[in-house]
Design a protein around this ligand. Structure first.
Ligand SMILES: *Cc1c(COP(=O)(O)O)cnc(C)c1O
Length: 403
């Protein structure tokens, strides 16, 4: 753990031992070694980005069942692109104006309980979010956070899309939202950034009839951190491609792959679009393709068994610390790894859970544990991004800080 062989040590940047799971701010997941190798081979030569996007689209189509697919610099970036596609459609002049949406429908309806910090990605395309529903469930009256009619009555001629955040707790059912949206000819955009595994979720949303869905390439798929997948309707993916590809080209020699976009429908070459800031390079595209192929082949039961064993190891390493009580939560599932919830007896320990978590983060290497339940005097140990040796190290540092 204290060897100085890593690139981070070489740069004088503290390493992180990650017991917090796949968090973007500490580097997300570990990219698959085979994807790194593919990226390094991609770096040895040139390829046209649009050809690589067409190749990625083929793979995304195969594994999601969507008409087409595209790769942007993260799931959030894919949401911006998807929103831009819903607003501009095939109108080149509208693409050119974004994020100024004048003359185009630009409202995106969202159930209020689906809003997160990530909805900035939707607004970045120029959209205005119209949120509907309430926080009533917290009053304990039994009433729902959102009624389907609230979505339906919010639809106007300014509606560009309905956005839906897929989580175990989100309502109303997606099928209901799709039914309402399609009755009014409005596309549905689903944020499923972290919803794989299970692998079956790759096809689930397209099967449910959604028009666009995004997945993060840098979470469990373990591709490059700066990749995200957009999958869905061919016309919307074509619009996304138009707004993302580098378009600094002379019309006479502009010859994009026809299975990605068809230039004959347009009077000229669109300018650089709003997606140009969300670019992905040849290395990221190749890395994502390789990582996605491997994700599809992966034995998920084996992964769950590994996580379960490592959580048990963490539990065993901390079991005799009398200021801590440990509980394993959520085992046996491929969608959410089991995690060890550790409650600190703050009075006896003489420190709060928050103080402990902060002290661990200030070490070198930094030790990151999950900090989502500090108010309950709890921290969370996630096995996904640890080796067994690192798990033992984390336990040792926790004991040391408490003693
Ligand atoms: C992680 C996440 C995102 C962002 O994904 P990136 O690939 O990091 O851009 C968006 N929405 C949700 C719900 C997420 O969990």
């Amino acid at each position: 753990m204290t060897s100085d062989s890593s690139i981070y040590d070489e740069l004088g940047v503290p390493r992180v031992v990650n017991a917090a799971g796949t968090k973007t701010r500490i580097g997300g997941s570990l990219i698959r070694p085979e994807a790194v190798e593919a990226m390094s081979r991609a770096a040895e030569g040139f390829a046209r980005i649009s050809d690589l996007q067409a190749r990625a689209s083929e793979l995304i189509t195969d594994c999601t069942g969507a008409e087409a697919g595209y790769v942007a610099s993260g799931a959030a970036a894919a949401m911006t692109l998807g929103t831009a596609a819903c607003i501009a459609g095939d109108d080149v002049a509208a693409m050119d104006r974004l994020p100024d949406t004048e003359g185009r429908p630009d409202e995106v309806i969202m159930p209020r309980t689906h809003r997160t910090g990530y909805d900035h990605a939707i607004r970045a395309a120029g959209a205005t979010i119209v949120d509907v529903g309430t926080n009533d469930p917290h009053l304990g009256t039994g009433s729902a956070a959102i009624e389907p009619w609230e979505i339906e009555t919010a639809i106007t001629e300014d509606t560009a899309a309905i956005a839906y955040l897929q989580k175990a707790y989100t309502t109303p059912p997606l099928s209901k939202v799709v039914e309402i949206a399609h009755r009014h000819d409005i596309p549905v955009l689903v944020d499923a950034a972290a919803e794989v595994p299970p692998k079956a979720n790759l096809t689930r949303f397209i099967d449910a009839g959604v028009d666009l869905v995004v997945f993060s390439g840098g979470k469990a798929i373990r591709g490059p951190q700066s990749t995200g997948i957009l999958a869905g309707r061919a016309d919307l993916i074509e619009s996304a491609a138009f707004q993302h590809l580098d378009m600094h080209a002379a019309a006479e020699v502009w010859d994009p792959p026809r299975d990605l976009l068809d230039p004959s429908a347009y009077d000229g070459v669109p300018r650089q679009g709003i997606g140009r800031t969300l670019k992905v390079g040849k290395e990221e595209l190749v890395g994502l393709i390789r990582a996605l192929e491997l994700f599809l082949e992966e034995d998920q039961d084996e992964l769950v068994a590994e996580w379960t064993d490592r959580t048990a190891l963490l539990d065993a390493e901390l079991t005799d610390v009398d200021t801590l009580s440990c509980e394993t939560v959520g085992g046996g599932k491929v969608d959410v790894a089991p995690a060890l919830h550790v409650t600190v007896d703050e009075d006896v320990a003489g420190m709060t859970a928050a103080e402990l978590v902060l002290a661990l983060r200030r070490e070198n290497p930094r030790v990151f544990v999950g900090a989502d339940a500090l108010d309950d005097a709890k921290f969370v140990l996630n096995p996904m991004c640890l080796t067994d040796d690192e798990a033992k190290y984390v336990a040792e540092r926790i004991r040391e800080n408490l003693s």
